[in-house]
Design a protein around this ligand. Structure first.
Ligand code: PMT
Length: 401
């Protein structure tokens, strides 16, 4: 499964380091090329000689070799790697990774990574439960680091609880999944909408909403990471184009409608995450409206419904996924939108849920499929939410093929 993949196996200093021997051996047996980096503390738990023998390559333990001055280039290691696995990841190493501290070769290499970084934490149960560790793990997830949750069981301290490192075979299976997922959407073209729309009242003012684009951009990024060709049609937001994504910037609902309709024919799926205005001023004043004593009324007319239009024109093998942002009767409203817009699935988020909706880095969603199944998820970083949505879209699209 991992044939030809370049894996950095980072080992930090905890008793679970003894399991790194089996881990590296299993990675090599799966066909991976492995380079081991050990922190200074890790050397007290397992020897570099053991790891060099099992990986078939010298082990990196410092920035340079004190005997001949050879520089161990962390940037080159970062470019070489297809995945970086830190196992065991101690509370100390996780804290430093979360804060960008680079005071050993493993941490510096982690900072240089362009590929997925996976951490398999190992520590005592109270350290695992400590608010500092919880917050560091959240930060790492926000940064896109994959965390393999430690299972509960007997710990080196003799206590029973959560904190022991996941077993090597399961860690290897997780790494293998990364590569399967990565390619799962190769050859697919997916259209994503994101952000708000601005409906001009006059040259100065507009009607808009609080969408930051974070959810839609995370979706576009996740799709691109899995090999899809992604066209992101985005309303006005302050985010850069995600890597590997074609970005088309628009302002008003009318422009978003035109762009989406133009490109949908060539798409396998559309994920409609944008918070599109439902109404736009019937007339836009050519000049800035002057302040008067009398109340001002603005007549609004409905915008064209992009999702509904796609629902009408989609072919058998095309999929549409919508979002529903609700404030009351959430499930019923989302189910109605699923039907009226002829969507294959809808992602419900409610402004009544803490950590959900506009602006923040997290979301709490419920996915409702056309067949009626309803699945609730906890509050998660938007990147993780995007992965869940992409997995669901992928599975539904496979059912259509
Ligand atoms: O951008 P963030 O700050 O990260 O916030 C994310 C989000 C809250 C904006 C996102 O998760 C979300 O819920 N997006 C949809 C918001 C919305 O406008 O929902 P709605 O219930 O009003 O619309 C239902 C669906 O119809 C949506 O898929 C919407 O894109 C689509 N629609 C709506 C109006 C319209 N004229 N055309 C449409 O296609």
């Amino acid at each position: 499964m991992l044939k030809g993949k370049h894996i950095i196996a980072g080992i930090s200093g905890g008793i679970a380091a003894y399991k790194a021997a089996v881990l590296v051996r299993t990675l090599v047996k799966s066909g991976a090329e492995v380079r081991v980096i050990m922190t200074p503390m890790a050397k007290h738990f397992i020897t570099p000689l053991t790891m060099a023998t099992l990986s078939g390559h010298p082990v990196y333990t410092d920035f340079y070799n004190p005997e001949n001055g050879d520089w161990n280039n962390h940037v080159r290691l970062g470019l070489w790697a297809d995945a970086c696995l830190v196992a065991p990841a101690t509370a100390n190493t996780l804290a430093k990774m979360a804060h960008g501290i680079a005071d050993n070769l493993l941490l510096t290499t982690c900072l240089s990574m362009r590929c997925p970084v996976v951490a398999a934490p190992a520590m005592d149960m109270d350290m695992w439960a400590h608010p500092a560790t919880r917050s560091n793990l959240q930060t790492l997830q926000k940064h896109g680091v994959h965390i393999i949750e430690p299972p509960a069981g007997e710990l080196a301290s003799g206590l029973e609880g959560k904190g022991r490192m996941e077993e090597p075979e399961r860690i290897v299976a997780f790494v293998e999944q990364l590569f399967v997922k990565k390619k799962s959407l190769a050859g697919k073209t997916i259209l994503v909408t994101a952000g708000p729309t601005y409906e001009a009242i006059d040259p100065v003012r507009f009607i808009g909403n609080h969408s930051s684009g974070k959810m839609g951009y995370a979706l576009a990024e996740s799709l691109a990471n899995r090999g899809a060709q992604v066209l992101l049609v985005s309303g006005p937001v302050a985010l850069p184009a995600p890597h590997g994504v074609e970005l088309l910037r628009v302002t008003a609902a009318e422009e978003m409608y035109a762009a989406v309709i133009e490109h949908f024919a060539n798409a396998d799926a559309a994920i409609l995450c944008a918070a599109v205005a439902d109404y736009t001023p019937a007339q836009k004043s050519a000049h800035k409206i002057k302040r008067e004593k009398e109340p001002l009324s603005i007549t609004l007319k409905p915008t064209a419904d992009i999702a509904a239009a796609l629902g009408k024109q989609k072919k058998k093998n095309q999929l549409t996924a919508g979002f529903a942002l609700e404030t009351y009767n959430e499930l019923a409203h989302a189910q109605k939108k699923l039907q009226t817009k002829n969507l294959d699935m809808i992602v419900l988020n409610s402004l009544n849920d803490e950590g959900a909706g506009f602006g923040g880095d997290t979301n709490k969603i419920t996915i409702i499929k056309k067949n009626g199944t309803v699945t609730n998820y906890p509050v998660l970083p938007k990147q993780k939410v995007a992965e869940i949505i992409v997995d669901t879209v992928f599975n539904l699209h496979n059912e259509k093929d």
